[in-house]
Structure formats: C-alpha cells, structure tokens
Design a protein around this ligand. Structure first.
Ligand code: NAG
Ligand code: NAG
Ligand code: NAG
Ligand code: NAG
Length: 420
C-alpha cells in the first residue's frame, strides 16, 4: 500500500467520521494539522486509539468478567483472514434484494432463499458477530424489559430468571436451551435453579467458547453446549428427554417455526413446559405491511440479524399450537416500555452518556469500535472484513432503535406453552 492511499484511507474512513463528532473549531484545527503535517496527526490518532483500546480492554468492573477485551475481536483463533472476508460477502449476498428496493416487500423467492440457506446463514452470521456481541453486550445475547433503578446486567438476569420461574426449574429437572449462543443464560439459570441444562447452537465456534466458560465458571457439571440444528433436535436427543425447554431470541432465526416447535415438543416429556422470548413485529401497535417505512425497518432488522423473515405474535402462537402445544401465556414483555418506572429495551443501543454500562453497544461506543476496527484493518492487524461486520451491526442497531421507538417491533414477545 502506498503512503498516499494510506493517507486517503485514513482521511475518508477515520478522520472524517471522527471530525463529524467534534465541534467545528476543533475539527478545523485537526484538518489543518492533517494538511500541514499528516504524520503528527497519525501519531496523535494512534495514541488516542491506544487510549480507547485501554478503556475498552478493561472489564467494566473487577467483578464483571462477562465483558470481553477488544483483543478477542482481532484474534479469531484458527480462522484465517480470508475466511472472514468470504463469510461476510456470502452473508451479504443472501440479502442483496433487501436493501436495493428499500421498503418494498421481500419477495417470497428471497425469503425462500434465506430459508433454504438458513443453516449457512445463521452459522456464518454468528461466526461474524459472536465476538462483537460478547465484546459489546456480554455473554447473554439478548434484550430485556428494563426498569429504572436496575442495571443493564440486572435486567438481563431478571429476564432469564423470569423464564426459569415460569418453567418451575429446580435441581431435579432437565432442561434444553434451544439456540444457546455462548451460553450466558444457560449458566445463569443453572446457577439460579440448579437444573441440568443442555444448550444447543448451530455454530461450532459458540460451542467451543460456551463450554470453555462453563468450565471456567465451575458449572460444567450441570450445563454444557452441543452443536446441533434446532430443526433436527430429534437427531440429537431421544423423544421425551427433557422436563422443560426455553429459547431466548433464538427461534427468530428459524426458517419454519412450526417445524422448530414440533422438534422441541418431540424432545419434551408430555406436559413439559416451553417458554421463550421471540422477536416479532406488532400489527396490534400499528405495524402495517403496506407502509414502506415499516417494511424498511423490518427488513433492516432482518438483514442485520440473520433472520429469514420476522413473524407476528399471532403467527408464533399458531405455530406453537400446530406443533402440539397449548399456549398458556403470551404477551409483549415490553408493552409497558414507556411507563415512568421502565426504560425502553432499546435504550442501551441508543446510549446514555451518564453510564458506562453498555457503552460499547451505544452509538458513541459503536463509533469508537468502528474507528478502531478501521485503523486496525487498514494496518492489517485486524482481518479483512472486520469493518464490514462492524458497519452491519451499526446499521441494524439504528433499525432496532427505530422499530422500538415506534413500537412496531419487540424482541421480547414472551410465551409459555405446555406440551399436550
Ligand atoms: C413447516 O413445517 C410444518 C411442520 O413440519 C409443515 O407442515 C409445513 O408444510 C412447513 N411449512 C413450510 C412453508 O415449509
Ligand atoms: C406487502 O405485501 C402485503 C401482503 O401481500 C400487501 O398487503 C402490502 O401492500 C405489500 N406492501 C408493500 C409495501 O408493497
Ligand atoms: C439516562 O439514564 C438515567 C438513569 O437511568 C436517567 O435518569 C436519564 O433520564 C437518562 N437520560 C436520557 C437522556 O435518557
Ligand atoms: C452508522 O450508521 C449511520 C446510518 O446509516 C451512518 O450515518 C453512520 O456513519 C454509521 N457509522 C458507522 C461508524 O458506521
């Protein structure tokens, strides 16, 4: 790379976005400095980055080991740089239709393609984002209804414990976590109830990371992750193996919910309970599939999260019934999000500069992460493709916030169902 292209790259990808966030007199000074002496500016930038690096690589509090250091974003184990670039291109290819005619309905054909490629799509999506999620969010990859006077982590734990309570879990029960990610919820619920929990995820990398944490946290005797497809749970487990099952924001990835829930029913004992939080659009709050703005937000959420297509709460209940469940309870757990004692679920993504919790996933946090990735990728320290993943997550965070603010979308459609 010649020094001129490096300069241009730095100017367009690093400097300009930073300067947009600074007051005009400051940004003018920086631009002048860059024009007269680019090297000193680069040195200045690199030292600021080191500072950010320090801030980001320190756990938020000593006791909070759930936050990962930034170095994990750069260290992809055995994955080669080409893998990430290829994976992100293949992933984006599945959604080329979605961002071209913005706001138009996704064609049946496009949804069909995503459904066909669901395994590859979901697995490559989590290959790309697992480290980013863990870095920005912690080990529990989900949202939660939030109350004032409660930290982000407390809200996440409460949402998980709520399911555990509804399922009546205890040390005599065997439970399956359908789509367990790196297993944050599984470990929390196992510690809370003593239940024996097996997590299933389609993504090999998550299995490895998850089982390492189980061991590190000393819960590997009661919980573990295994690689498997929730469309084929019957290939992993004998029928009637589990007393209970839950899924937290996982079956939104399913290409056919009826099929997924049928599989869950198969591995549950008769009378077994199944609870979960599902991502849905909310026609009851005015989501309108003929409104191009609404469809644009929905598609944005699908693209940025590896989803075939978002369902409605009614469709989720129908799929449960068809799969052989009796639905006992179902509602949007965020229905009170604007009440005076609640904080909207998407607030963490919007960021609130009064608190460091969730800072990395807030807008400013994402800008910092993005800048850091850009510099490190330009310098060939981070693998090629890292910036594209960071942009993907930036874009979808905006769609999620918009869907949340307009109450057209919820990530926490709670349900409790009993196998007939
Ligand atoms: C979804 O799965 C169910 C149950 O296996 C099946 O009856 C149905 O035809 C499937 N739907 C589609 C669109 O493939
Ligand atoms: C999308 O499809 C639905 C049902 O097929 C239709 O009612 C709606 O008008 C379409 N929306 C757009 C934006 O074309
Ligand atoms: C930021 O968070 C604090 C404490 O949760 C809250 O009192 C305040 O209203 C929030 N600010 C904004 C702009 O949302
Ligand atoms: C995030 O997305 C917004 C809107 O698409 C865009 O204006 C902004 O530049 C993006 N920021 C980064 C760091 O990618």
């Amino acid at each position: 790379m010649t020094s001129d292209t490096l300069k241009d790259n730095l100017l367009t990808h690093v400097l300009t976005p930073v300067l947009n966030y600074l007051p005009t007199p400051v940004s003018t000074t920086f631009k002048d400095l860059y024009a007269s002496n680019p090297t000193s500016l680069v040195v200045l930038l690199l030292s600021s980055l080191l500072l950010i690096f320090q801030l980001f690589s320190r756990p938020i509090s000593k006791s909070d080991r759930s936050f990962k250091s930034v170095t994990t974003l750069l260290n992809r184990g055995e994955k080669t740089n080409e893998d990430i670039d290829e994976t992100v291109k293949r992933y984006e290819g599945l959604f080329t239709d979605a961002r071209t005619d913005v706001g138009a309905n996704t064609t049946e054909e496009a949804i069909g393609k995503r459904a066909d490629e669901y395994k590859d799509m979901v697995s490559s999506f989590y290959d790309l984002v697992t480290d980013f999620y863990e870095y920005g969010w912690g080990q529990s990859f989900h949202f939660a209804p939030r109350f004032t006077h409660e930290t982000f982590t407390e809200s996440i734990y409460r949402a998980e414990h709520f399911l555990a309570l509804k399922l009546g879990l205890s040390s005599s029960k065997k439970c399956v976590d359908v789509g367990c990610g790196v297993g944050g919820p599984m470990r929390n619920i196992a510690r809370f109830t003593g239940a024996d929990i097996t997590g299933v995820t389609i993504n090999e990398y998550q299995v490895k990371v998850g089982n390492r944490y189980c061991k590190e946290q000393g819960v590997d005797d009661i919980c573990r992750s295994t690689q498997g497809d929730f469309q084929h749970l019957d290939q992993k487990f004998s029928p009637s193996t589990f007393d209970a099952a839950y899924q937290i924001e996982a079956t939104c990835h399913s290409p056919n919910k009826t099929e997924t829930f049928t599989q869950v029913a198969t591995v549950l004992k008769p009378g077994g309970l199944f609870a979960g939080y599902e991502w849905v659009v909310l026609p009851e709050n005015g989501y309108d599939s003929s409104n191009r703005e609404h469809v644009r937000i929905k598609e944005g959420i699908e693209v940025g999260n590896g989803l075939p297509t978002l369902a409605t709460g009614k469709q989720v209940k129908e799929a449960l019934e068809k799969a052989g469940f009796e639905v006992l309870e179902a509602f949007d757990a965020n229905r009170g999000q604007f009440a005076s004692n609640e904080i909207p679920w998407y607030q963490t993504l919007k960021g609130n500069y009064t608190s460091l919790t969730g800072f990395r996933m807030s807008h400013v946090g994402r800008v910092c992460t993005h800048l850091m990735c850009t510099v490190l990728e330009t310098l060939r320290v981070a693998p090629k493709g890292t910036v594209r993943v960071s942009s993907l997550l930036n874009a979808t965070a905006l769609d999620l916030v918009e869907g949340g603010e307009k109450q057209l979308f919820t990530p926490s459609y709670y349900f409790l169902a009993r196998k007939r």
